[in-house]
Design a protein. Sequence first.
Length: 437
Amino acid sequence: MNALSVMALEMLLLATATLAFAQASTCSSPDDALCASEDGSSYLLQDRSAYLRPPGTSLMAEVQKSTTTQVPKGKSSVDVELVFPKRTGQGFQNPLVSMTQLRGFCNPALLILDDAGTALAASRRFHLDSSQHCFSDIAVGQLPLQRFLSLDRDWNLEHYTMLEDPRGVSRDVNVECSAEGKEFAFGPEDPKFFLLENKIYISIVGTEMVLDPHYDIKDFLHRPKCTETQGMQHHIAELVTSGKGLKVRPETVVKLRTENMAKEERNWNLFTWTNPQGGQRLHAVYRVCPHTILDVDVSTGKSPRLYETYSTKLDTFMRQWNLISEDVHSGAGVAYVSNENGSSYYISALHFWTDNNGRNYAHFLYTFSAEPPFNITAIAKKPLPLQASQYHDWWHNETYVSSLLVHDQLLIIGYGQADQSSRIYQQELNDALQEFF
């Protein structure tokens, strides 16, 4: 394709994106900051001109420089902090953490255990040293279910334990390898819960644990380099009760893998599916566009691809927000919804981000079919109204959805705020569907 053809293609994409955006809002001009959605409510956009693709630029270069950062609170919604007291938790202690400064607890994982009448909460405990190197470990606590659902005040997990790193409990290893571009980060990240056949599992993201007899823990920047297959990837393990807390069942720890993996694989969105015979399978949304579903074997970690479906709704969404497929990510958690009329579906959230004085995330609910091939059925028109931090540093605009549940028609979303705190957004599911879709 010659240069004139490339420019013509770029201009066609620009015109398409501009038309789609104009049809999706009632703004009088592309430069308006305040736009009205179809239902008449308003939401604030920082820079409308950034959504348009300039002619002649790279297809990857212009994901918009600004995302939605101020959205009115939804009907019937509540947004509260999930408090992990800033003290030393009981249980496993990473010796590196003691040499750093605690920043906070972020990216919460949530799980409701109806039979036990409790709710589990996990969070990434995040530390920084004087050179801004990042150290993480995982805190796990629980609350009585009624208190979890009451929202009468900020939830305070007075009792929590530090979970031993699942990657290191089952083998004779002593250090995680160093991934290219992630040399500054150490420890497990982004915990997620899921239930399978009435067993509780946790997944974390991290590099491979290896054995280095000469490794000095104080010299973590010079730990062994990861190979091509040892990047930031998902590891899962079954959890069992131990006293008042939970611990990893060592023989169940596996790394998830599929074909043609990248060095960084953060956003697998795990969910369970019950087949017509009543058996459960663990699946994962591997990619949003195309909507790619994996079949995950919890005993081996092998995760072959099952389905790939394309969606005109997603195509319209990406044109509206001037995105390409690599810009749209999953990983927020998946909830199964069953209606009184017998219909059912899954609900989750997708996100994209921009790098504008720190990362700015925008999260949109979406739904997909409850049956294979799990195709996308609807995408929200407005982003979730998550709270940005009051602290002004590189992370202050980061809001990252890390968990999503539906319980008795109540939508429960856990999200991290500025890599510093954990928050919960709750809303009646029907109100959320009317509000955002």
